[in-house]
Design a protein around this ligand. Sequence first.
Ligand code: PBG
Length: 326
Amino acid sequence: MSSFPQMRMRRLRRTEAMRALVRETQVEIGDLIYPLFVVEGSQAKQEIASMPGIYRYSNDLLPGEGEDIAKLGIPAVILFGIPEKKDEVGSSAYDPEGVIQQAIRTIKKTTPELLVVTDVCLCEYTSHGHCGVVVDGYVDNDKTLELLARTALSYAEAGADVVAPSDMMDGRVKAIRQALDKNGFQDTPILAYAAKYASAFYGPFREAAESTPQFGDRRSYQMDPPNWREALREVEQDIAEGADMVMVKPALPYLDVIRRVRDTFNYPLAAYSVSGEYAMVKAAAQQGWLDERRIVLETLTAIKRAGADIIITYYARDAARWLSSI
Ligand code: PBG
């Protein structure tokens, strides 16, 4: 190995062409998934106060949004529903005429090439805002499984390309896989939110999706932020239960976890750059305190470099524009 002065590391950094030649990590538009919030009603486009530039759309506006997203080259959206009616058991989540079921049908009709991933969780649909059935003040794991399986099946029936359970109940991937297989959806893949942490970075999402728990918090089911070995066990369990792809969430504060999952498992790995990550960057950019475009592309590159194959990001549309104009 040569060293200075024979070796000069700066030789390969002199020009953009030279840097491009030796670049190790490349974010591509094809890696990105754009989250869409869907509300009931019509002609609704409501901006989320803590996420400037991100809206909740009613079903009739989805064809236009879907076309715009597909035209940018973004391969997939992930859908979140805000139902009009919430109850103790989240019935609107598995209603065949529910807000997400309708949204899936609309998007698949107008832009069939756009992959529709559906978040599978009950928190937007329950009156108490927890991700499962509450019994004596505690989220009951096994009672929740059947409802999650019903929800996932109903999304598959409506035409979802991928179902993505985000509730963090034990055994939900298995329950969903069984329900899909029993009903002829053996070819519908599961993207498991495998290592999902109980994070303060979800704050703006809960405003967007009206899914704040009405009592307590999610720490009895989502992961404790200090733990990374436990994340590997969560991923291992979800793979054993039949997950086709796994996810780490949030992304930026958990790059070490992304790296460890990548090094341990040979499954497609998604990272979710969550609402709080978007809000932080957006707020600072609006103040003129940082360069939004450079920060976003650097962040996405870091998530990819840590080992993610797929990135779910509220910046997907901007990033697609920026990446295609480079
Ligand atoms: C549903 C769900 C949440 C997010 C994705 N799916 C909220 C939560 O768990 O509280 C968060 C996404 C984000 O913050 O962007 N359980």
